[in-house]
Write a protein that binds this ligand. Structure first.
Ligand code: PLP
Length: 450
């Protein structure tokens, strides 16, 4: 069969479910329903095979920060493919795009985050980080420091290490996790705050890190990993007291700190990186997604002088065939050039994020909307039958969220649901008019689902 964008939608759907296994999807259910076929995109707008124009309020999977349709990325990729489509950086070789990108990232990343180890995805970068923090302590003569502390409901990827570092119960239940990972509770005040004030709750949840370190034994703990804002967990924003206390505990016990910036990085919070929003001091940061705005797979662990100076004394037996792929590096560089050219981080901080925040919080007057949270260009709202008691719907968790998402779909708006939390993370280039359109469609969808 000749398959093209001209093939009728029903046929494409049937061919898709016959041979394509989708991530995080129940295949049988999808086969019945048929996947929505996306054919083109421009700015914040997708087009599907039926000709609908859909507002992509998720920037793909939180990644298309500069928006769709920047031709120069394609041109740079084509040029690099002609000049040097591939070479590796394993055995004492290098190439210009990887040198340029590593230098650029060292320039953008604040403080002593000056060294870059490349991978192809956020999951792989977190695999790298897990291996790197253990190798660091091994090289320092403390090989017992193996345990990495993470949080429930965190998302750090889908590989064995990424999944294990993450705290998604639904993933852990399908085969278990690797050794040496310990999970503490998340700082989700809306769901778990009980009678505490947000400030008390933030401190209490941070202090679980100290409890865990003492329980495991400080001499066995290698690192703590956390997303500044838990993205895939539902855009969970910790109370203000949380991160300063976490940083105090990290400093007190001298463990390493990995900030997973796969979503929060590259402008999403109105800073280059999410940790800058909270003023924490990571030793390693995980980046992917916005690094290339999703135009090509690439990820980077950005590593401090402190860690790199130790790792550099040994042969770190780790790497991927495509670490620092020249085409991906060239595309990422062009993406960063565009971000700087457009002053995109500044646009987020001083213009579009405050505007979105105003509109987003206004959705809080909807009878079904409780909590509204937003940091930069990532936002969530909790659906509730009773705002005052922070009640949850009695229907199985996620039912109302799923229904709302379906209504959004019907209104040509891509909004994601995480259980009964609705989340958005639009391209950073979204305009005020497009934000208005997003909010209008979101409100209509909430009304329909209510
Ligand atoms: N870390 C975080 C915070 C993420 O949100 C994700 C993906 O959503 C990952 C890691 C994994 O990245 P990837 O899907 O590129 O492997």
């Amino acid at each position: 069969t000749l398959i093209s964008t001209q093939t009728p939608t029903a046929e494409l759907q049937a061919l898709d479910s016959a041979h394509h296994m989708h991530p995080f999807t129940q295949g049988a259910g999808l086969a019945e329903k048929g996947a929505r076929v996306i054919t083109r995109a421009e700015g914040v707008w997708l087009t599907d095979s039926e000709g609908h124009r859909i507002l992509d309020a998720m920037a793909g999977l939180w990644c298309v920060n500069i928006g769709y349709g920047h031709d120069s990325l394609a041109e740079v990729a084509a040029q690099q493919m002609k000049e040097l489509p591939y070479y590796n950086t394993f055995f004492q070789t290098t190439h210009v795009p990887v040198i340029q990108l590593a230098n650029k990232l060292a320039e953008i990343a604040p403080g002593d985050l000056n060294h870059v180890f490349f991978a192809n995805s956020g999951s792989e970068a977190n695999d790298t980080n897990l291996r790197m923090v253990r190798a660091y302590w091994h090289a320092k003569g403390e090989p017992d420091r193996q345990v990495v502390i993470s949080r429930k409901n965190a998302y750090h990827g889908s590989t064995m290490a990424g999944m294990s570092l993450g705290g998604m119960a639904g993933m852990h239940s399908q085969g278990g996790i690797i050794q040496g990972i310990h999970h503490i509770n998340q700082p989700n005040y809306w769901l778990e705050g009980g009678d505490m004030t947000p400030e008390e709750f933030g401190l209490a949840r941070a202090r679980e890190l100290e409890d865990a370190i003492l329980e495991i034994g400080p001499e066995k703990v290698a690192a703590f990993i956390g997303e500044p804002v838990q993205g895939a967990g539902g855009v969970i924003v910790a109370p203000d007291t949380y991160w300063p206390e976490v940083q105090r505990i990290i400093d007190k016990y001298g463990i390493l700190f990995i900030s997973d910036e796969v979503i929060c990085g590259f402008g999403r919070t109105g800073n280059w990186f999410g940790f800058e929003y909270y003023g924490t001091k990571p030793d390693i940061i995980t980046t992917a997604k916005g690094l290339s705005s999703g135009y090509i797979p690439i990820a980077a662990s950005i590593v401090s002088d402190k860690v790199a100076s130790v790792i550099d004394t040994v042969e770190f037996n780790h790497g991927y065939t495509y670490s620092g792929h020249p085409v991906a590096a060239a595309v990422a560089l062009e993406n960063l050039r565009i971000m700087e050219d457009m002053n995109l981080v500044d646009y987020v901080k001083n213009d579009i994020a405050p505007y979105l925040a105003e509109q987003w919080h206004a959705l809080g007057d909807h009878p079904m909307v409780g909590d509204t949270k937003i940091v930069g260009m990532m936002a969530s709202l909790a659906l509730t039958p009773n705002k005052d008691t922070r009640a949850v719907f009695k229907s199985p968790a996620g039912t109302i969220g799923y229904m709302t998402r379906e209504c959004c779909f019907g209104n040509d708006l891509i909004m994601r649901h995480v259980g009964d939390r609705m989340v958005v993370s639009p391209p950073l280039v979204i305009t005020r008019d497009e934000v208005d359109e997003l909010i209008k469609r979101a409100r209509k969808s909430l009304d329909e689902a209510y």
